[in-house]
Design a protein around this ligand. Structure first.
Ligand SMILES: O=C(O)[C@@H](CO)OP(=O)(O)O
Length: 245
């Protein structure tokens, strides 16, 4: 028996457009991001891959992307589950800072360590500062991080994969997960068995459905595929180049 899993990073956000580090800051989609989300839904419809259930983070850019994509494939009515565990990586004190200016100030190497290394977290955000999420009502009972590297995302995201998403897959449902560049990198790292070093080179494009066939062991039976591979490759390269002028 195989099961279908579709991963979708949210469409372009206002801070993607402005080239700002975002993390847990709850920014909206741009018009381009809304169009990307709808296109993602159309691609799923054209491929005959219609989700039975959707899981999202608790951030607006993922929630709105899911709504628009599901509307575009007439699946606006399916059950929805949300969890902070699917949130973007917390970007610490970099949240709200311009990526190009940060790269210029700290240099290429430090910039890339913060963005893509497995285990170098950015400096922690100051509690109570403008872009700190401590005290946000959606995180009652959650220990809100002050910064995270990818290594920190794995232990907070994986329980949700193991306890919630795989349950839906095992019941035979086509599962859509709408999340973020770095929370999805953590999940793809697990599914594709990518090493701590090689994960630095993986970038997930916005609004591009990525499909896995999953076996009974809840691991992929073969390589994943983007529904629009050429557009996905170009968009992933653009993500990789963020911060460069
Ligand atoms: O700012 C962020 O939260 C993420 C995703 O937009 O950026 P990056 O791709 O640099 O990790």
């Amino acid at each position: 028996m195989t099961y279908t899993l579709i991963l979708l990073r949210h469409g372009e956000s206002e801070w993607n457009q402005k080239n700002l580090f975002t993390g847990w800051v709850d920014v909206d989609l741009t018009d381009k991001g809304r169009a990307e989300a709808a296109r993602g839904g159309e691609l799923m419809k054209e491929a005959g891959l219609l989700p039975d259930v959707v899981h999202t983070s608790v951030l607006r850019r993922a929630i709105t992307t899911a709504n628009l994509a599901l509307d575009a494939c007439d699946r606006h009515w399916i059950p929805v589950h949300r969890s902070w565990r699917l949130n973007e990586r917390h970007y610490g004190a970099l949240q709200g800072l311009d990526k190009a200016a940060t790269r210029e100030k700290y240099g290429d190497e430090q910039f890339m360590l913060w963005r893509r290394s497995f285990d170098t977290p950015p400096p922690p955000i100051e509690q109570g500062s403008e872009f700190d999420q401590t005290g946000d009502p959606r995180y009652v009972g959650v220990e809100v991080p002050l910064t995270e590297c990818l290594k920190d995302v794995i232990p907070r995201m994986m329980p949700y994969w193991e306890d919630e998403i795989t349950d839906d897959l095992k019941s035979g449902q086509t599962v859509l997960v709408v999340a973020h560049g770095n929370s999805l990198r953590a999940l793809v790292k697990h599914l594709d068995g990518i090493s701590d070093e090689e994960i630095a080179g993986l970038n997930i494009p916005t609004g591009m459905p990525l499909v896995y066939e999953i076996g009974d062991d809840m691991m992929p039976t073969g390589p994943s595929r983007y529904l629009d591979p050429e557009a996905a490759a170009a968009a992933a390269a653009a993500v990789a180049n963020q911060g460069k002028k």
